[in-house]
Design a binder for this molecule. Structure first.
Ligand code: FAD
Ligand code: UDP
Length: 373
């Protein structure tokens, strides 16, 4: 019988790939992980720059409601008590996010939930009977004109390079909206940042697993398919199929990093720029994720851009056109017997980290059940 060298070849050392590699290795399978980048951890990768863990592909805050997922990540890192509370800068004003009593007070000088509810009702009544079909309608119906104008419209246009009328409503429903003085950006039960950075978490997660970096699956597909009984692929699904039905669109980002010789640049990890005077959407000051006391600081300005070949594809664009195209690739993928697809790029979904981990758990459970392990 033709025995292959590995039970599983796992393409991608981000959360989806790394979680599968850990679970399958611990269940007795022989796994090889490859990644085309020069490092592990996918988009969660952090690099230690002068003592500060810099989130090289954008700010990553871990949050989940799922105890199983929380317990799992806590096996590989200790998490701190960081709570994400971004600030929005619109013209010369600053506002608290997400939309809460602090924001309403800053916008309208209201002081009680009753006054705030009345103000929101006054602003949203004319949209009451619409069923939102796009982001703009959804936002207006939820929060009304003032918040849409000052905190959503320009930011969203910069972020997605599209008019909010061309974007799906679900994107804005990610953000909490509450009538308490609570600036926590997430509603989840568990939240934090891995102390020492995400890369350290991934080093522990991938301990004793064979990894080849700087290794592109697509460039040597037949060779890699021949190496293992089964493949788990976490790259872009359209690239896997050589773009045969056409290219899916992604939103990409460019990060401009600066080391500055001051202790505290903006007093917060995340500041969003919600007017259109700057092309960047946010500035991240990395030391605040871990309450750093260094004498210097590192910031990253985040510039959104349309994805072009050789850019990193960050965000799937889940509009109708792209979702339809994705379904064609998905149909093809579902026919594969030895290749499984997962993660943000293969499932073409706007997943957070905990959701990617949940999706990897589901796939591994299926594999283990099928093999009776
Ligand atoms: P990735 O991390 O992208 O990993 C896929 C890996 O596959 C990559 O390393 C890639 O190099 C490799 N690969 C692709 N093609 C090939 C190939 N042909 N050959 C070899 N290797 C290949 N989530 C949160 O929960 N909280 C946040 O605060 C948060 N903030 C975010 C901010 C930004 C700016 C972005 C873009 C995302 C954010 N996310 C956040 C989402 C989070 O990054 C993803 O959910 C998660 O990283 C997805 O993991 P993944 O394994 O699916 O993909
Ligand atoms: N958003 C906005 N103003 C903000 C922050 C977010 O309009 O100050 C909108 C924007 O359309 C964005 C979406 O809400 O794409 C989701 O925001 P989130 O912070 O969850 O985005 P991510 O961190 O995934 O980029």
């Amino acid at each position: 019988m033709d025995m292959k060298k590995y039970d599983f070849l796992i393409v991608g050392a981000g959360f989806f790939g790394a979680v599968c590699a850990r679970i399958l290795t611990d269940s007795g399978y022989n796994c090889l992980v490859i990644d085309k980048r020069k490092h592990i951890a996918g988009n969660c990768y952090t690099e230690n720059i002068n003592g500060i863990n810099v989130h090289k592909y954008g700010a990553h805050i871990f949050h989940t409601n799922d105890e199983k997922i929380w317990n799992f990540v806590n096996k590989y890192a200790e998490f701190n008590r960081y709570t994400n509370s971004p600030i929005a800068k619109y013209k010369d004003q600053i506002y608290n996010l997400p939309f809460n009593m602090n924001t309403f007070h800053q916008l309208w000088n209201v002081k009680t939930p009753k006054e705030a509810i009345e103000k929101i009702e006054e602003q949203t009544i004319k949209y009451k009977n619409i069923t939102p079909t796009n982001l703009e309608e959804q936002a207006l119906k939820l929060v009304g004109d003032d918040i849409y104008e000052k905190l959503i419209k320009s930011y969203t246009k910069k972020q997605w390079g599209r008019d909010p009328k061309q974007l799906p409503p679900f994107i804005i429903k990610r953000l909490p909206f509450r009538f308490t003085f609570d600036n926590n950006y997430f509603n989840d039960k568990y939240q934090g940042i891995p102390i020492g950075g995400y890369t350290k978490l991934f080093e522990n997660l991938l301990k004793n697993i064979e990894i080849n970096l700087n290794t592109d699956f697509i460039k040597n597909k037949d060779h890699y398919i021949g190496l293992a009984e089964k493949i788990i692929y976490t790259g872009a699904i359209d690239e896997f199929y050589d773009y045969e039905f056409g290219k899916l669109e992604y939103r990409s980002l460019m990060f401009v990093e600066e080391k500055i010789n001051i202790e505290n640049f903006q007093g917060n990890a995340v500041v969003n720029y919600t007017d259109d005077s700057e092309r960047y959407t946010r500035i991240i000051e990395h030391k605040h994720f871990e309450f750093g006391q260094q004498k210097h600081t590192v910031i990253s300005k985040e510039y959104p851009k349309e994805w072009e070949e050789n850019d990193t594809p960050y965000y799937p664009i889940n509009d109708e056109k792209n979702n339809t195209l994705f379904k064609m690739y998905k149909l093809k993928a579902d026919q594969e017997t030895n290749i499984m697809f997962g993660g943000r790029l293969s499932e073409y979904r706007y997943y957070d980290m905990h959701q990617v981990i949940g999706s990897a758990f589901t796939l591994c459970n299926k594999i283990l059940k099928h093999d009776n392990r």
